[in-house]
Design a protein around this ligand. Sequence first.
Ligand code: ADP
Ligand code: ADP
Length: 226
Amino acid sequence: EINIQNLSKVYKTNNGSFQALENVSLYVKNEEFVSILGPSGCGKSTILRILAGLEEPTSGSVQVSGEEVKGPSAKRGMVFQSYTLFPWLTVRENIEFGLKLKGMKQKERKEISDRYLELVGLERFADSYGKELSGGMKQRVAIARSLANNPEVLLMDEPFGALDAQTKQSMQQLLLDIWKKEKTTIVFITHDIDEALFLSQRIYVMEARPGRILEEIDADLQLFQD
Ligand code: ADP
Ligand code: ADP
């Protein structure tokens, strides 16, 4: 689970400092799908980068699974808007990258990459390279690569923001299916309220200047869908 208490972030700038986050507190249960919704510049990415360990809090506490975040870790999978596949590796090699780093043997790696290739529907593209894939397919690889490391949480920063409407819709459905199957804890950043309502169980709504949480919305409409 994720527990953020009284998180503030002040960036140093050329002409002084800028408070990007003020007293942000939020909680995400295990297996929960939570969105952080707000306008550009309200500090969504800052929260995610701090959760990922890519940026330090100015003050406050940021815990994942009961431990204070100190630097990056494969325990927290990241999916960004811009595709971050390694262009010199095939789809399968991208998915196996973290497992190889951990020293996992090839046979075991292949079992895992087979499983995640199937989960995202890319079995036929295992040997393709990123440049041969569409935007939606690249994001499917990025999701598979993150999940292959069996992360405690999946952190997603506007992952479908650059996709056309139709691809975006099918990726949203795919992500929901994956979440239900894998029971992954997901924190999803977006500025699109429809996307947040469609995907998540709860939404933290933020405002800018300074970045703060305005309210928390219960968005679990699954009661009505089943
Ligand atoms: P969002 O993801 O909601 O668009 P960000 O977290 O990217 O917001 O940024 C929040 C605010 O902090 C913005 O005004 C942005 O310009 C500023 N900011 C982000 N990163 C830095 C940085 N490294 N240095 C200075 N200001 C930053
Ligand atoms: P996003 O697409 O999530 O809004 P940005 O374009 O705001 O991201 O930020 C991209 C990178 O630029 C980040 O690493 C962020 O820290 C940095 N950055 C953003 N705003 C500023 C700023 N005002 N000053 C310096 N760095 C910034």
